[in-house]
Structures are given as structure tokens and as C-alpha cells.
Design a protein around this ligand. Structure first.
Ligand SMILES: Nc1ncnc2c1ncn2[C@@H]1O[C@H](COP(=O)(O)OP(=O)(O)O)[C@@H](O)[C@H]1O
Ligand SMILES: [Mg+2]
Length: 186
């Protein structure tokens, strides 16, 4: 469970919306405000604990919005033995777990497009069976499987980020419900 007071906004049971203009979201969506990198990581841990083989997590948002920070939490929650860093020259990271499973992390920031992503072997990663996180997924939108969890991160100020989760497909609606329950108890 998150500590009391950490999460100000969860929808659809909206009680307090400091951003004011955030849209009211539906059953397939969830949004909240993170106040620190650690809080973003803890949210990631809750999601990572629920990740299963084949899950695809898309992390969208500008540079510095917190995609890699969230990915660090996800990998930790999943049980990674390896730390998540983001050396800019590596596009595909793989993290090991004690049971020899792999979690993959693809950074499409420097990828020219779908063709280049194919050449790098992203298509095989979809088939591999290990869960996969993708930063800058919009750059390779044409090759993304329809079913996925889409997370948009937004820079609000130096320490605050807005996070929006959107489930696409029944499996991810289930995942989002489980995540909502694990992270917020509701
Ligand atoms: N609430 C927050 N959530 C995530 N990162 C934050 C937050 N507040 C400040 N930061 C800082 O913002 C930066 C996010 O960097 P990073 O996760 O690498 O972003 P991206 O991968 O989207 O480019 C880090 O320096 C992190 O410490
Ligand atoms: Mg990053």
C-alpha cells in the first residue's frame, strides 16, 4: 500500500484535482499526481509486481517527464536483479530475475521509425514472452500491438509529474484494475 497522503488523485473516484483541467477518465483509465521521483518509483513497483510474460507497457512523455524513473520502479517490482539506468547509446536493455526470466526495456528516442526498430529486433521482443517496457512508443506507433498499457507522463513542475494510465484491451483492463487495487486500495 502507498502511504497515506501520497496520492492525491485517483479516478474515477475523484475527490481532489489540483490540476483542475485534467479530464475525467473512465474505467479503463487512471490518473494521479506524483510529488517525487521516489513516489513515481513506488508506483512503478506496484505495477511491476503485477507484470506477467507478454505484457507491454508504453511509457510516453517528454524528456525528463519520468519515464525511466517509472521504469526503475517497474523493474524493481518485477524482481529485476539488474539496476535500470539509461545509457543513451543502448536502445534495448534486458533485466534478469532470479528465475532466469527477462524483462525488456526499449528506448525508441533515437530510433528513426518502424523500419529501424524492426532491424533492432523489436519485433522479436514482442514474441519473446518476457514483459516489455517501451519509452517513446509514439515513434514506433505503427508496429505496436493493439493491446497494451499506455502510460503518459507529464512534467508539471520541478518535483511533480502527472501520470495517466490507459488500458487497451481486456487483459490490460484487468491489469489496471489489479494495479488500482494494489496501489490505492480501490
Ligand atoms: N515526481 C517525479 N517523478 C519522476 N521523476 C521526477 C519527479 N520529480 C523530479 N523528477 C526528476 O525528473 C527526472 C526524470 O528523468 P527520467 O526518468 O530519466 O525521464 P525520462 O525517461 O522521461 O526522460 C529525474 O531527474 C527525476 O529525478
Ligand atoms: Mg528515459
Amino acid at each position: 500500500m502507498m502511504q497515506a497522503g501520497e496520492v492525491l488523485v485517483t479516478l474515477p473516484t475523484l475527490t481532489y484535482n489540483p490540476a483542475g483541467s485534467m479530464p475525467i477518465l473512465d474505467e479503463r483509465s487512471l490518473e494521479f499526481l506524483s510529488h517525487s521521483p521516489d513516489q513515481t518509483r513506488r508506483i512503478g513497483v506496484r505495477l511491476g509486481e503485477l507484470l506477467e510474460g507478454g505484457h507491454l507497457i508504453c511509457l510516453a512523455g517528454d524528456l525528463g517527464s519520468g519515464k525511466t524513473t517509472l521504469a526503475q520502479g517497474i523493474a524493481r517490482g518485477w524482481g529485476s536483479l539488474d539496476p535500470v539506468t539509461s545509457p543513451t547509446f543502448v536502445l534495448i536493455h534486458q533485466y534478469r530475475r532470479a528465475d532466469s526470466q527477462f524483462l525488456y526495456h526499449f528506448d525508441a528516442f533515437r530510433v528513426g521509425g518502424v523500419g529501424e526498430a524492426q532491424d533492432l529486433g523489436l519485433g522479436e521482443l514482442f514474441e519473446d514472452g518476457g514483459p516489455l517496457m517501451i519509452e517513446w512508443p509514439e515513434r514506433i506507433a505503427g508496429m505496436l500491438p493493439e493491446a497494451h498499457l499506455w502510460i503518459s507522463l507529464r512534467w508539471l513542475d520541478e518535483s511533480r509529474r502527472g501520470l495517466e494510465f490507459h488500458a487497451r484491451g481486456a487483459e490490460y483492463e484487468r491489469l489496471l484494475r489489479a494495479f488500482r487495487k494494489a496501489a490505492f486500495g480501490g
